[in-house]
Design a protein around this ligand. Structure first.
Ligand code: SF4
Length: 153
């Protein structure tokens, strides 16, 4: 018999094997948990399930997950390179983590590749795309959430 494109994958397909293995391991963990009176985490460890390091983090809880921590650290590094002190940089990075969770599409100039600092003044490398007459930017604008046509990540 010829297989049509809508036929399910054959039983020896690797995807079936992976799913079956995963189901068997999870069933083993459930048995260990209930029969052994262990916590789910202990049972999963004994069953050979590698725990997800982010299982107790965002979006399951408010704690930052691995990706958020990496982004937070990168932003603090970037902001301190731009001259913010560590406290300011961490505060801004923290507020941007909240922004990201809210799927807010606004950005700050301090995240933009077009931002320059020269002689203690902030300058935009794409003022016309950004809608500015000149390159100089007011100091209080660079950490303000906004939508800018010139923003470059
Ligand atoms: S392009 Fe826009 S976001 Fe980027 S530095 Fe200029 S004004 Fe700021």
């Amino acid at each position: 018999m010829q297989e049509s494109s809508s036929d399910p994958a054959p039983a020896n397909d690797e995807r079936h094997t992976i799913t079956a293995d995963r189901e068997a391991i999870e069933e083993r963990a459930a048995i260990i948990e209930f029969d052994g009176g262990l916590s789910r985490i202990e049972a999963e460890a004994l069953a050979g399930i590698t725990p997800d390091p982010d299982r107790h983090c965002w979006p399951h809880t408010t704690a930052m997950n691995t990706a958020e921590i990496d982004t937070f650290s990168a932003r603090v590094h970037l902001f301190t390179r731009h001259g913010l002190d560590t406290t300011e940089a961490e505060k801004l990075a923290d507020s941007l983590a909240t922004r990201d969770r809210q799927a807010d599409d606004r950005r700050v100039c301090l995240e933009c590749r077009n931002l320059r600092r020269s002689g203690g003044l902030w300058r935009c490398g794409q003022p016309h795309r950004a809608g500015w007459a000149g390159a100089d930017l007011p100091g209080d604008l660079v950490n303000l959430l906004q939508r800018c046509e010139g923003f470059t990540s």
